[in-house]
Design a protein around this ligand. Structure first.
Ligand SMILES: Nc1nc2c(ncn2[C@@H]2O[C@H](COP(=O)(O)OP(=O)(O)OP(=O)(O)O)[C@@H](O)[C@H]2O)c(=O)[nH]1
Ligand SMILES: [Mg+2]
Length: 217
């Protein structure tokens, strides 16, 4: 008999993700799935951008990690709602985890939800979470060949942030090579060079979020 366990799991996940998307849509909330390697700077980019975003948006963040509440605590210090999911070993978030975390957030006070996935360049790609789109934070210290080495992840990105640009002179990172690698997999993806350390590029990131988070009436 044919055994089809993985595709059944993905199908169930996608159905729940669709429910989440519908619920968020009814409430006028746009969700972004933030993905990238461990330590790429996903939380740092959010920490530094949230004060700009809250000038015009109600923001909340769901944080996914194997263990600790470190990231949710960092986000809470910015003053917005944050909720931590511990996956206890799982290398990605799934829609059921996100649905549970959403119950801890006052959805009536927000219109922007960031879901920071578990740091990983492979597993999160296969699991929809109800997001409008996907943002990959890729730090330049990881190397300029990451798009071509991790195509499943980069081929689903709507926006790629090249983070840690403040360190570029200490690396052999070739920005054009990286950009070509992304565009080959996903021509429509936007790419922005940023530094969560010195803040460069983050206004452009905030403008991108604002532009792409408009809810059609
Ligand atoms: N120099 C420099 N350091 C950065 C930058 N962004 C993040 N960092 C540092 O990189 C480290 C990891 O940053 P995090 O924001 O925790 O990275 P993350 O992607 O959220 O990590 P995980 O959640 O563990 O996957 C921290 O020590 C940050 O201070 C940057 O733009 N420049
Ligand atoms: Mg983090």
């Amino acid at each position: 008999m044919k055994v089809n366990v993985m595709s059944d799991i993905l199908k169930a996940n996608d159905l729940l993700a669709k429910d989440i998307e519908t619920l968020l849509g009814k409430k006028g909330i746009v969700a972004w799935n933030i993905m990238g390697s461990p330590g790429a700077g996903k939380t740092a980019v959010l920490e530094r951008s949230i004060p700009m975003l809250t000038e015009t948006h109600g923001v909340a963040v769901i944080e996914g990690d194997l263990a600790t509440a470190n990231d949710a605590e960092r986000i809470a210090r910015t003053g917005v709602q944050s909720s931590q999911i511990n996956t206890n070993g799982a290398c990605h978030l799934d829609a059921a985890m996100v649905r549970t975390a959403m119950e801890t957030i006052d959805l009536d006070t927000i219109n922007l939800l960031f879901i920071e996935n578990v740091g990983n360049l492979v597993c999160p790609a296969g699991f929809l979470l109800g997001e409008k789109g996907r943002i990959i934070v890729s730090s330049i210290t990881e190397g300029d060949d990451k798009p071509e080495k991790y195509p499943s992840m980069f081929s689903t990105a709507d926006l790629v942030l090249m983070n840690k640009m403040d360190l570029v002179s200490s690396t052999d990172f070739r920005e054009e090579y990286f950009r070509k690698g992304v565009k080959k997999l996903r021509p429509e993806a936007d790419i922005i060079a940023v530094s969560a350390r010195d803040g460069s590029g983050l206004r452009e990131f905030v403008d991108w979020i604002t532009e792409h988070s408009r809810v059609s009436p």
